[in-house]
Design a binder for this molecule. Structure first.
Ligand SMILES: [Zn+2]
Length: 142
């Protein structure tokens, strides 16, 4: 027997619903309180292309043990400044949101592999380094 995760009653049949952004397996009567859960959808982003990559993966899946340079915020910022363009202009060139670029430059957000590649192309920089180099760079002063 399985139990409803909302009311705790035994439920012969459970439905998956989303309540406040969390997925619960609930009984039929509780299922009315939530939205039906659809696994394919990511409610966080409004319009994103179909990138199946999971949001948080510890290592970027690339050959040769390459990882995102921990210094990427500085690298992106310096490369953009060198070009003398604003976040908005770079965002326009890349067809991406300037807001995202801002967050990468503060280190608040990590670009995923696709975005990082795009940045490398547009800015002419290298954002991926080998994992062993990364370990030593980490300790550098910020
Ligand atoms: Zn219930």
């Amino acid at each position: 027997m399985s139990y409803c995760e909302l009311c705790g009653r035994p439920a012969a049949e459970r439905k998956m619903v989303v309540v406040d952004g969390t997925v619960f397996k609930v009984c039929m009567s509780c299922s009315k309180h939530g939205k039906p859960y659809t696994p394919a959808q990511v409610p966080a982003s409004k319009k994103k292309k179909t990138t199946p990559a999971p949001a948080r993966q510890p290592k970027i899946g690339m050959a040769d043990d390459l990882v995102l340079d921990p210094e990427f915020p500085r690298l992106i910022r310096e490369a953009r400044m060198k070009k003398g363009i604003t976040h908005e202009q770079l965002g326009m060139q890349m067809n991406e949101k300037a807001n995202l670029l801002r967050r990468f430059e503060t280190g608040a957000l990590k670009p995923d592999e696709l975005f990082a590649k795009k940045l490398e192309r547009h800015l002419g920089i290298k954002l991926y380094i080998s994992a062993s180099t990364a370990a030593t760079t980490e300790e550098k002063e910020k």
